[in-house]
Write a protein that binds this ligand. Sequence first.
Ligand code: TYD
Length: 396
Amino acid sequence: MKKNFLNLGKQPLANSFLSSNTKKNLSKEFFYNLRVAFDTDSYLVSVAKPVNPKLQYTDKYAHRASESITMRNAFSKIAKKLDNRFDPKIVMEIGSNDGVFIRNFNKRKIIAVEPCKNLADLTKQKYKTYPNFWTISLAKKIFLNSKKADIIFSANTISHIPDLAQTFDAINLSLSANGVLVIEDPSLLSVVKNNSYDQFYDEHVYVFSAIAISNVVKNSNLRLFDTEKIDTHGGSMRYYICKNNAKYKKTKNLIKIINEEKKANLNKFKTYEKFSKRVISSKYKLLKILKKIKKKNKKIISYGATYKSSTVFNYCNIGKKYIQYVTDTTINKQGKFTPGKHIPIISPDVGMNDTVDYAFLGAWNFKKEILKKEKKFIKRGGKFITHVPYPRIISK
Ligand code: TYD
């Protein structure tokens, strides 16, 4: 049974950056109710009523995974690791974005699936790319004329697909006998520990735990045999899944992580009720900090026009009154306005200037990379604000 535990209010689509802030354009903005639920049978945590994916993954999709050095390095590392461990002949990626993972492989090995046409266009010249949503009929079409996949990789994508049963059934159809599905998604354990409620937005239909994934894949005759904690996206998990009859044995690491999740009571509703209370308190603490700074007439901006910060700003009602503008390195976000709160987005080359006193870490998941990059800002007395794991000004 699904039980709601968190209400993040009316939210826009997190990737719906507006190209203009005219009244006419703003009046067309789409909002939905963001409520988060726990399933007492499967232990899945999900958005209670997911948005139609056709509204989300369009030919205007803004996110480019290769924008960040951290992500480029992470994908190159995992590509090498999978090559060494499994020696795959055919590698398929579901949600290949701008090709940041597949470019680490010989093009003859690669099959890419990417429903956002603007992104699929970026890889289709070099790699066999299907500009489609991942479904059973697509799986049948691809593997009618191709050997089955030895590795199916999918980072930050499976958690975006409402229909998990079809997704995993289609994966089962596509894997070779000892083929391995490797998925990476934000970790529920990290979300609960870090109070990072901003991992919930329309695209993150699910925030997975190992216990939930293990339950869900069983329905498609698959099994989870290994798990790794990874630090991308503010704390993620990598899951290794195979067919029921494949040769892989359950690893010690998987047992350890499942025990850790059980110890943190991720299989109990009361954990999420407590989490929800902490989220409400986080909102008021963050607003208190921003109000105090504004009273002193200091300038606050936000660093990174992330989807996560869309949840924070809309949930906490943080608009231009507090945040003068948002800086982001992504060229196609620059010149636009943030979803819901319509804060202008500009390039950090222009925005990270000497007039900035405080920068809210919208991209807190890249804190290390950003603090390293912004030494000059910090040296001259500039300060970062974060809400993870609790709202505070970062002093060093
Ligand atoms: P991302 O990590 O994908 O978060 P989300 O999934 O919540 O959108 O986005 C990070 C954003 O931050 C991306 O738009 C690029 C931007 N960014 C900067 O502007 N400067 C930086 O130094 C880094 C690391 C990221």
